[in-house]
Design a protein around this ligand. Structure first.
Ligand SMILES: NC(=O)C[C@H](N)C(=O)O
Length: 325
């Protein structure tokens, strides 16, 4: 199996200057595990950043490296260590761009590698156990954290500091790892696969516009002026904004932007119910509802499609398919 490291708190140590940064390489992360996991581990340092520094180029690079490791028939599965801040984005990106059936497992830590009680070693051991479990196949990318196995699609970081950092509010638990033993549901799903070789991050700029009481359309137009080809509305409730934003959505959609409709509410799907700048008006203006994807992952779905298709019509057509689970 392979462990690919990208940085994050699981790799952080305090330096002589007092700053906490990702400093540990993958060899250090797997040292203990290598001695006791009864499996050969191939390693690679893909990058070493706090995940708040991730971007689409880096995510695509991680996906390239995952796919390449999976080209070796001897690879049972791949673990990616990652910062927790944006793990939900990279996990979903891998879910979309890794076609292989073998397990792709992301994990990280909430407490630094040099903390006496770091949660990293256990999370990594659990992730390796899932990546090498036959039942881990066919689940798409998954996240293993604090004993839980969660689907990449729908996962959210829900606590800034607690070791139970993730939930999948709408998707549910796929299983758990207890004392090294993996318990997984038999639930398998069909996934949409996108062609990574066709992905061009330079045409995938997607920004997120927050809708709040009194929000105007200044941000939406500014994002377009900055080169966005897509926008995600972080709308209120079931996907509502106001008449000014709804008018801007019509204007920007006519100008060729793809506007996706998500919500700031943690659970439940968006729905085009209300007029007066609500979801019904936004959808009529051209916004595409993103089901139960929250803004962070709706942005990845839209960016993935914009990066793969030069034609905006093809993106609009394909987006709903990436939003249904
Ligand atoms: N717990 C973590 O990994 C948080 C860190 N800021 C990161 O995302 O890199």
């Amino acid at each position: 199996m392979a462990v690919l490291a990208t940085g994050g708190t699981i790799a952080t140590r305090r330096g002589p200057d007092g700053t906490v940064k990702a400093r540990a390489g993958v060899d250090e992360l797997v040292a203990d595990l290598r001695a006791r996991a009864g499996v050969a581990i191939t390693v690679e340092d893909v990058c070493r950043v706090g995940s708040y520094r991730m971007n689409l180029e880096l995510m695509a690079h991680v996906a390239v490296r995952v796919n390449e490791h999976l080209e070796a028939p001897a690879t049972a599965g791949v673990v990616v260590t990652h910062g927790t801040d944006t793990l939900e984005e990279t996990a979903f990106f891998l879910d979309l761009f890794v076609a292989d059936d073998r397990p792709v497992v992301l994990t990280g830590a909430q407490r630094p590698a040099d903390a006496a009680d770091s949660d990293g070693p256990r999370n990594l051991a659990d992730a390796v156990a899932v990546a090498t479990a036959p039942a881990g196949r066919g689940l798409g990318a998954v996240v293993v954290f604090d004993g839980a196995v969660l689907p990449a699609r729908g996962i959210r970081k829900n606590h800034t500091l607690a070791s139970t950092a993730f939930t999948a509010p709408d998707g549910g638990l796929l299983g758990w790892v207890h004392q090294g033993e993996v318990h997984l549901s038999t639930r398998r799903r069909t996934r949409a696969h996108l062609d990574l070789t066709a992905f061009d991050p330079s045409r995938a700029r997607v920004d997120i516009a927050a809708c709040y009481p009194g929000a105007d359309a200044v941000a939406l137009r500014a994002f377009r002026a900055a080169g966005a080809r897509g926008l995600v509305l972080e709308a209120t409730g079931a996907g509502n904004a106001n008449p000014e934003i709804s008018d801007a959505v019509a204007e920007l959609s006519a100008a060729g932007l793809v506007v996706a409709l998500s919500t700031r509410v943690p659970e439940g799907p968006v729905a085009g119910i209300y007029g007066d700048g609500g979801g019904a008006d936004l959808v009529a203006a051209g916004a595409v509802p993103t089901g139960r994807l929250r803004p962070s992952q709706a942005r990845i779905a839209l960016a993935a499609l914009l990066g793969v298709h030069a034609d905006v019509g093809a993106v609009r057509e394909a987006l709903p398919g990436l939003c249904t689970d």
